[in-house]
Design a protein. Structure first.
Length: 138
């Protein structure tokens, strides 16, 4: 009987070790899956970074200031025409004449060459702005 127990004792002492090894193998397999997922994510981030750098390069090459479109050029020409014929004109009147809203007028003012124009408040009403052509010295 002692011989039977002695023969069985190594079996009982190996089973916990075998269970532990199986557990570690499962953990290693899971870690491998996690590493693969992280590598895929890193690859995706690298691709995104490359795309962003290419877009930044394109923006720098195209210039900082957007080009003026044909509508804007036509509106500026119309403003010149109005100011030459009528003289100083309020922004509200220019908006009405051009058929544009206040926000569009504000953007249009940003495109004007302010060396040619003067924008000031109407005397007696600081809220109302008036645009006029500056005197051209030749």
């Amino acid at each position: 009987m002692i011989d039977a127990m002695a023969g069985a004792a190594p079996f009982f002492s190996l089973q916990p070790l075998q269970d532990h090894i199986s557990s570690l193998e499962s953990i290693i397999a899971l870690q491998g899956e996690r590493i693969a997922a992280l590598e895929a994510t890193a690859s995706h981030h690298e691709e995104n970074l490359l795309i962003q750098l290419q877009l930044i390069k394109q923006l720098r090459e195209s210039g900082r200031k957007p080009s003026i479109g044909t509508k804007t050029i036509a509106r500026i020409a119309k403003i010149d025409e109005i100011l030459k014929s009528r003289g100083p004109t309020t922004l509200k009147e220019l908006e009405r004449t051009l058929g544009i809203d206040r926000a569009t007028m504000t953007r249009l003012l940003g495109k004007l060459d302010m060396r040619r124009y003067d924008l000031h408040s109407r005397p007696g009403d600081e809220r109302e702005k008036v645009l006029r052509l500056k005197a051209q010295i030749r």
